[in-house]
Ligand binder design. Structure first.
Ligand code: ZN
Length: 494
C-alpha cells in the first residue's frame, strides 16, 4: 500500500447523527460525508467545494441573479485586487476592514510592488473610483449593478467551512442614486429580494433588523440585515444591505450634474448576499439525522432513478428506467439515473444522505404494471404510483416537499422570542436556545457600553431593532436603568 492509499478512508454512505443534540459535530460530519467541502486543503479558512455543494450554490446564485435582473440591476465584474490608496480613501471603512485584509506585497522572486494590493474584502473601494468616472449627469442615474465573485477576509475567530471562511462566494450589488430617498427605496427593494429568495426559494425564515450604530457597515449610515436561527440556538446573519448615505460619494468624488446643471454628490447603497454562508445555514436548517434534505428547487438532482435489477430482467428494467429518465429530463427536471454497480440499498442510503428530494425506484414488477415507486426524502415515505402522469406527480410532490421544509423551519422560529428585563432572564433565555427581547436604552453609539455588559455576562449580542415588526418600547434599559428608547433582541450568534 502506498502512503497516499493510507490517507484514503473508505467512503461512508449511511449517515446517522442526532442533529439537535450535537449540532457542531453533525455539521462537521455532514460536510465531510456528503462531500461538500474538504478541510484538508492546507490553508486555514480556505476549502475546495466539490460538485455537490458547488452545483447547489450555483442554483442558489441563479435565483439571486433572476431577482436582480428583473429589478433592472445589470451584472459586471471587477478585478480581485484593490490598490492600497483606494482602500484607504474612506476613513471608517479602512478602519473597519484593514485588520481583515490579505495583502499582496511582491511578485516573482521577491520583487516588491510599488504599491501594495489588497485582495478585495468587499468591493466598494474597487468599484467607486470607476463610478466616479462613469457617472456624469442625472441621466446616468439610477445606476444599479452587481457582481458575483469571491471575497477574502482573514477572520480572527476560528474558521468553519461555509459558515466562517476566509474566502467566501457572494453577490455584491452597488447602486447609485440622485437622492437619499431613492437610496432608501433601494434598501427596501434589497429586503424584498431577501424575502423572495431566502425565504420563498430557499425556505429559510428570517427576522430583519436595523443593526446598532456600533455594528453597522464601516463607512455607511445604517445596516439592515436578515438573521436566521441555527439548530444550536445561535443566529446567523444572512444578506445585509447598507445605506451608505453620501459618505462614499464624498470620499470617492462620485458627483453628477443635476437637472439644474449643478454638480452634486450622489447617494449610494450596497447589498451582499453571501451564498456560501447561506448554503451553510440552508443545510443546517433543513438537514436531519439522516443527512442533507435539499429543497426541490435547489437540489442539483431533483430526482434520482434507481433500477431494481434482479436476474434476467436486467436489460428491460434498465430500458424502463432510461425511458423514465428521458421523460423527466424533457419535462425540465434535473434527473440522475444511478446505473452504477452498487446495490439498490447502497444507492438508497447514499442519495438519502446527499439530500435528493425524490427517488424513483423501478423493478421487474413495476415494469410489468407500468408503475414506479416514489420516495420522498423529507418524510422518508414511499408509495407506488402509475407511470402515466409521473411528470405532474413529481412537480406537485416537489412543491409539497419545499413547503414542508419551509413549514418545519418556520415552526422552529415561532415561540423563539422570550421577553426579558434583567441579565439573569437574558442569560436564561439564551441558555434555552432562545432570543431575548428587551427594552434598551439606545442603539445609537451611547448604547454600546450596555451592549458590552450584556455580551460579557451572557455571551449574547444586540442584534438591533426589528424593521419587519412594530415594537413599542416600555420600561427601562436593564443595564443602565435609563428610559428605553428602543426594543432590541439579544442572541448568541455566528
Ligand atoms: Zn442601557
Amino acid at each position: 500500500m502506498s502512503s497516499s492509499d493510507k490517507k484514503k478512508e473508505p467512503r461512508q454512505v449511511i449517515f446517522n447523527m442526532d442533529k439537535e443534540k450535537n449540532f457542531p459535530d453533525w455539521f462537521g460530519e455532514i460536510v465531510k460525508v456528503a462531500e461538500l467541502a474538504d478541510i484538508r486543503y492546507g490553508v486555514k479558512g480556505f476549502t475546495p467545494y466539490p460538485p455537490w455543494s458547488f452545483m447547489t450554490m450555483d442554483i442558489m446564485f441563479k435565483f439571486l441573479d433572476d431577482a436582480f435582473r428583473k429589478r433592472d440591476h445589470l451584472p459586471m465584474l471587477f478585478p480581485t485586487v484593490i490598490p492600497e490608496k483606494n482602500l484607504t480613501r474612506e476613513a471608517d471603512h479602512v478602519e473597519g476592514f484593514t485588520p481583515q485584509v490579505f495583502w499582496i506585497k511582491d511578485i516573482g522572486a521577491g520583487e516588491e510592488l510599488e504599491e501594495r494590493l489588497a485582495l478585495r474584502p468587499t468591493s466598494e473601494t474597487a468599484i467607486y473610483p470607476m463610478y466616479s468616472l462613469w457617472i456624469r449627469s442625472w441621466r446616468d442615474l439610477p445606476l444599479k449593478r452587481y457582481q458575483r465573485c469571491s471575497v477574502f477576509r482573514s477572520e480572527i475567530k476560528s474558521t468553519r467551512p461555509f459558515l466562517r471562511g476566509r474566502e467566501f462566494l457572494w453577490i455584491e450589488s452597488h447602486n447609485v442614486f440622485a437622492t437619499h430617498e431613492e437610496a432608501l427605496g433601494q434598501v427596501q427593494e434589497d429586503l424584498e429580494i431577501t424575502r423572495e429568495v431566502v425565504t420563498e426559494h430557499y425556505g429559510l425564515p428570517v427576522m430583519v433588523f436595523r443593526r446598532t450604530q456600533w455594528d453597522k457597515f464601516p463607512g455607511g449610515l445604517n445596516t439592515y440585515a436578515a438573521d436566521t436561527l441555527m439548530p444550536d440556538g445561535k443566529v446567523i446573519q444572512l444578506p445585509s444591505t447598507h445605506d451608505l448615505g453620501d459618505n462614499f460619494a464624498k470620499a470617492f468624488d462620485i458627483t453628477f450634474l443635476n437637472e439644474n446643471n449643478e454638480t452634486v454628490h450622489a447617494w449610494q447603497t450596497c447589498y451582499g448576499p453571501a451564498v456560501s454562508r447561506i448554503f451553510g445555514a440552508l443545510i443546517s436548517v433543513h438537514g436531519d439525522d439522516k443527512g442533507l434534505r435539499l429543497p426541490f428547487k435547489l437540489s442539483p438532482y431533483q430526482v434520482v432513478v434507481v433500477p431494481i435489477i434482479r436476474g434476467k430482467n436486467a436489460n428491460e428494467v434498465m430500458e424502463y428506467c432510461k425511458k423514465i429518465e428521458s421523460t423527466l429530463v424533457k419535462a425540465g427536471f434535473r434527473v440522475f439515473l444511478d446505473a452504477s454497480d452498487n446495490t439498490p440499498g447502497w444507492k438508497y442510503n447514499y442519495w438519502e444522505m446527499k439530500g435528493v428530494p425524490i427517488r424513483v425506484e423501478a423493478g421487474p414488477r413495476d415494469l410489468k404494471d407500468e408503475k414506479v415507486v416514489l420516495f420522498r426524502r423529507d418524510t422518508m415515505k414511499r408509495e407506488s404510483t402509475e407511470l402515466k402522469g409521473l411528470k405532474q406527480k413529481i412537480a406537485a410532490l416537489g412543491k409539497e416537499i419545499d413547503k414542508k421544509l419551509r413549514t418545519l423551519a418556520e415552526a422552529k422560529f415561532e415561540g423563539l422570542i422570550v421577553d426579558a428585563d434583567s441579565l439573569g432572564e437574558i442569560e436564561d433565555a439564551l441558555d434555552k436556545g432562545k432570543i431575548a427581547r428587551i427594552p434598551f436604552c439606545t442603539t445609537e453609539m451611547e448604547g454600546e457600553e450596555c451592549a458590552d455588559v450584556i455580551k460579557e455576562r451572557t455571551g449574547g449580542e444586540v442584534r438591533g431593532t426589528r424593521t419587519d415588526v412594530k415594537d413599542i418600547p416600555e420600561g427601562v434599559c436593564p443595564i443602565c436603568g435609563k428610559v428605553a428608547q428602543e426594543v432590541t433582541y439579544i442572541a448568541r450568534s455566528y
